[in-house]
Design a protein around this ligand. Structure first.
Ligand SMILES: C[S@@+](CC[C@H](N)C(=O)[O-])C[C@H]1O[C@@H](n2cnc3c(N)ncnc32)[C@H](O)[C@@H]1O
Length: 197
């Protein structure tokens, strides 16, 4: 129970990613949530970029349950005008795209399984790597990919390692790649930030 409470309180990884996103985004930007899940990241992103008929958000998830939950959350918390600028895609993020503009400012991945859902339906290193490779050409100058990894379980660790291996090889004259990890917290989530220079 105590462990559960401690785990529950650990949200610094989300604060960190949100501060990166906030710093990068402005109203009118085009963004993609590649793993919309329960819609928490989506609502944060929507609030950064949508307004006065500008900006767009494209959402992906392989689970219809996640798409419907996110849709509900967004419709309850946004104006109809802003809600209408969001596109929902019940499909794998392997071939992601932006519905309003080919060039996007930010693509967000929160990896792993749907909190409160089926733990066997999870992102995999194979599909995530395909997705990242297809995501890179979609970024505008100074645009970024944000990947929250969960290496606390075996598949999550392998996925993180595969992303680290791949992103370490990106040409440093074009890409700036950064890795954040809590050193005194075993198996904590980590953030990989890939930015176009
Ligand atoms: C950790 S959850 C995302 C949490 C979410 N961003 C939020 O704020 O609530 C991971 C999600 O990735 C989805 N997913 C797994 N593989 C996927 C894939 N290939 N393409 C798109 N979504 C995927 C899962 O269905 C799950 O909903």
């Amino acid at each position: 129970m105590i462990t559960k409470n401690i785990k529950k309180k650990f949200s610094e990884h989300l604060d960190l990613s949100h501060s990166y996103w906030k710093n990068l985004l402005k109203k009118g930007d085009h963004v993609i949530d590649a793993t919309c899940g329960n819609g928490n990241d989506s609502i944060f992103l929507a609030r950064q970029v949508l307004g006065k008929n500008i900006g767009s958000l494209s959402l992906f998830d392989i689970q219809i349950k996640a798409i419907l939950k996110t849709k509900k959350k967004l419709s309850q918390n946004l104006s109809l005008e802003d809600f209408n600028r969001i596109s929902f895609h019940h499909q794998s993020n392997e071939n992601l795209f932006s519905s309003k503009n080919p060039l996007v400012s930010l693509i967000v991945y929160n990896l792993g399984y749907l909190p409160g859902g089926e733990k066997t339906i999870t992102t995999t290193k194979k599909t995530t790597l395909i997705s990242i490779k297809n995501a890179l050409p979609l970024l505008r100058e100074k645009g970024a990919i944000s990947l929250m990894c969960y290496p606390g379980h075996k598949d999550g660790k392998e996925e993180e390692e595969a992303i680290l291996d791949f992103s370490s090889t990106l040409d440093s004259s074009i890409w700036s790649v950064c890795y954040h990890k809590w050193l005194n917290r075993l198996d904590s989530p980590s953030l990989i930030w890939i930015k176009k220079r």
